[in-house]
Structures are given as structure tokens and as C-alpha cells.
Design a protein around this ligand. Structure first.
Ligand code: HPA
Length: 294
């Protein structure tokens, strides 16, 4: 489709072609985009009158390779609001160019999406956190970004956004407040938290020394996703809200026998899935239209 697509760079034309293909394949005109993290694919099953597209059938889309990620886009309505749901996302550790990982954000933007809701499973660095806690992300630490690994690296396309986008307002204050209100109404206060998410490249989990370092740097949870997507979504002027399900406690001391593993991540998802779905669907029901001018 475009000479740049072979380099992984999400050129405007490439995203436009994918958005147009989807717009001509579904009647749904989504204003809300949802990304389901590991073990949280059930969010997509809440959509009414679902229309499903496998990633392998969508032009320019990468494929999902991770167990626990279905690898499809689901269009439908959630509490009457038109939504698109990524059931499975892309990660740095799968070996994709970072621009490919975030391509869906630009496609969603071109389809008319105004608000992104992203979920993930994460390790709890904060020692007050328990397995099964849900953390509203209030800020992030982009560790790969320190090494120049940023989805916006490379030529900037002004049709998407500015060269140097602000990130101090990445996680929308109103949506975080809405989440707190909804959680309080639903009686979820005892497991709801708010904190800082740190992204690493993975796929190996952190060492004990790395967990200690990240915690001392101000991170409450650590994972391998979300931040790249948020950067690209904010660049394009979409509002972002993100949640981490704490699937395991990061090992912080050398006497511990605990070991992080992917099965534990998926199992915690199953335990909290229903409440997380209820939280997100109630938020969507109560969401106002995006009137941010960016
Ligand atoms: N570390 C990194 N990513 C994760 C973890 C973790 O402990 N748990 C779930 N995703």
C-alpha cells in the first residue's frame, strides 16, 4: 500500500487505508476505543450486536501472538455508545517495530474515536497493593523512551499531531474522577487504587534489583504495554483512561520464593474480570463527549 509500511512506520496513508477499509466493512462509527489487556478480553464480549474482524483479515494490521489475546477487533455498542474493542494488543517483545504496535490508535482516530480506554495486567511494586487490586493509571514512566524507543520517533506527520506533544496531562483528569465516582457507587473502593505505571520492553519479568529500582523511582506498577499506545493516542488528541489489574506482587526481597508467571496473570484476570467490565461499562455509559480542543 505504501513504501513506508515495510519499515513499520505508520504513514498517514497506511492508517487511512485501514480506517477506510473498516469504515466500509461496518456500520458502527465508534467514538470510544477499548484495549483489552491480558486475561481481560471479556470486555469485548459486553458489546451489543458485535461485528468481529480478525487482525489477520485487516489490511496493515499486525497479528497477535500472545496466549490470552484473541487477536480481533470487535465493533458494537456498549450502553448504547458505539465502540471498538481490541481483543488482544501488540507488544514490543513480540518483535514488531514500535510504530506497528500503536498503528491501531491512529486508525481509531481516523475512524472518529475520541476517547481511549486501555487495560493491562501489571506487577504491583507498591507494597500496599494486593493481587486483584485495580489501579487507575495517573501517570507513567516510559523506560524504553529513555533509550530512544518511542513510537513517535522518526518523521512527524502534522496531520496526526505536533512534533513535541505534552505528556503531563496524558491520563485525563475527568475520566479518572469519573472512575473513582463509579467505583465508589459500585462498592469497589477497597480494591481500587491510583498510581504510576512503568513500562518495560519484556518479555522477561523484572529481577529483584530492577523491581527495587523501579519502586524507588516512583513506579507503583510495572508492565509491558499501554504507554506506547497512550503516547500515540495523546499525540492525535484522543482522551486516555487506563487501568492496571495487579496480577502479581513484584518480588522485592531476596528471601522470597515467589516467581512471576503468565498463568498467574491470566488467573487474576478471571477473578476480577466481571467487576472490571462493570466499572468500564458504567464509565462509558456516563461519559460525556470529548470537548477537549487539545
Ligand atoms: N512484570 C511485568 N509485566 C507484568 C507483570 C510483572 O510482574 N505482571 C503482569 N504483567
Amino acid at each position: 500500500l505504501n513504501s513506508r509500511s515495510t519499515t513499520g512506520y505508520s504513514a498517514y496513508e497506511e492508517c487511512r487505508a485501514t480506517a477506510d477499509w473498516l469504515l466500509s466493512s461496518t456500520q458502527v462509527r465508534p467514538t470510544v476505543g477499548i484495549v483489552c489487556g491480558s486475561g481481560l478480553g471479556g470486555l469485548a464480549e459486553m458489546l451489543k450486536d458485535p461485528q468481529v474482524f480478525k487482525y489477520s483479515d485487516i489490511p496493515n494490521f499486525p497479528r497477535s501472538t500472545v496466549h490470552g489475546h484473541a487477536g480481533q477487533l470487535v465493533f458494537g455498542t456498549l450502553k448504547g455508545k458505539p465502540c471498538v474493542c481490541m481483543q488482544g494488543r501488540f507488544h514490543l517483545y513480540e518483535g514488531y517495530p514500535i510504530q506497528k504496535i500503536t498503528l491501531p490508535m491512529r486508525v481509531f482516530k481516523l475512524m472518529g474515536v475520541e476517547t481511549m480506554i486501555l487495560t493491562n495486567a501489571a506487577g504491583g511494586l507498591n507494597q500496599d497493593y494486593k493481587v486483584g487490586d485495580v489501579m487507575i493509571i495517573k501517570d507513567h514512566i516510559n523506560m524504553p523512551g529513555f533509550a530512544g524507543i518511542n513510537p513517535l520517533a522518526g518523521p512527524n506527520d502534522d496531520r496526526f499531531g505536533v512534533r513535541f506533544p505534552c505528556m503531563s496531562d496524558a491520563y485525563d483528569r475527568e475520566l479518572r474522577q469519573l472512575a473513582l465516582d463509579v467505583a465508589s457507587n459500585l462498592g469497589y473502593n477497597d480494591f481500587l487504587r491510583e498510581g504510576v505505571y512503568c513500562v518495560l520492553g519484556g518479555p522477561s519479568f523484572e529481577t529483584i534489583a530492577e523491581c527495587r529500582m523501579l519502586h524507588s523511582l516512583g513506579a507503583d506498577a510495572v508492565g509491558m504495554s499501554t504507554v506506547h499506545e497512550v503516547i500515540v493516542a495523546r499525540h492525535a488528541g484522543m482522551r486516555c483512561f487506563a487501568l492496571s489489574l495487579i496480577s502479581n506482587r513484584s518480588v522485592m526481597d531476596y528471601d522470597s520464593q515467589e516467581k512471576a508467571n503468565h498463568e498467574e496473570v491470566l488467573e487474576t484476570g478471571r477473578l476480577r474480570a466481571e467487576q472490571l467490565e462493570k466499572l468500564v461499562s458504567t464509565m462509558v455509559a456516563r461519559m460525556e463527549h470529548n470537548n477537549n480542543t487539545y
